[in-house]
Design a protein around this ligand. Structure first.
Ligand SMILES: [Zn+2]
Length: 188
């Protein structure tokens, strides 16, 4: 049985996002191995808007209110990503707040989000790009709150970790893992 036939049977011959019954196509949910479990049956209307987000019609995507509860992880993942893309509208964020995904499904859903690429880079005081594992030196004395010591200017911090915030990195000073402000650092 072809993947499309499998999906037609699974969906009851309809778009797994909006329920339309015509012009149905197989859409891979990346990263995917192309198997039926990692594909979704979508109509032309849904597919066009997914492939060209600038043409998204917000009202069409009210259908996500239903598709997010589909039992197929691939449909959940696609719904999650579309809701995320539309969340500035308000109601998609409300749906995301109540949406439930298994850990494995959530990891898959997040792997396809563009967020990581959009995040501004972490830079030191000279504007040099800092990367995971770099070594840096402090360009001023820093009082380490809670640890009761001052990290002296010139202190070398090896093997830094980047954080979700491009203004901060994590590193070990005096054996203590602390958050450092990237603007007070220089790449070593
Ligand atoms: Zn559709």
């Amino acid at each position: 049985m072809s993947i499309k036939q499998t999906l037609l049977t699974r969906s009851g011959n309809q778009c797994e996002l909006c329920g339309a019954t015509e012009h149905l196509n197989v859409l891979e949910v990346a990263p995917s191995n192309g198997s039926a479990e990692q594909t979704v049956l979508v109509c032309q209307t849904c597919q066009n808007q997914i492939e060209d987000p600038s043409t998204m019609d917000v009202n069409h995507w009210r259908c996500l209110n239903d598709s997010m509860w589909n039992l197929e992880p691939a449909v959940q993942v696609l719904s999650f990503r579309l809701l995320t893309a539309l969340r500035s509208e308000g109601w998609p964020q409300d749906l995301l707040d109540i949406m439930y995904l298994e850990d494995e499904t959530k990891a898959w859903a997040e792997a396809g989000l563009p967020d990581n690429e959009d995040m501004p880079p972490t830079k030191d005081s000279n504007g040099t790009l800092l990367q995971e594992g770099d070594s840096v030196t402090l360009i001023k004395d820093l009082v380490v709150k809670g640890a009761n010591f001052t990290a002296k200017r010139g202190t070398l911090v090896k093997n830094i970790h980047l954080t979700d915030n491009p203004l901060h990195i994590e590193g070990k000073v005096n054996g203590t893992q602390i958050v450092l402000v990237a603007a007070f650092l220089k790449k070593a």
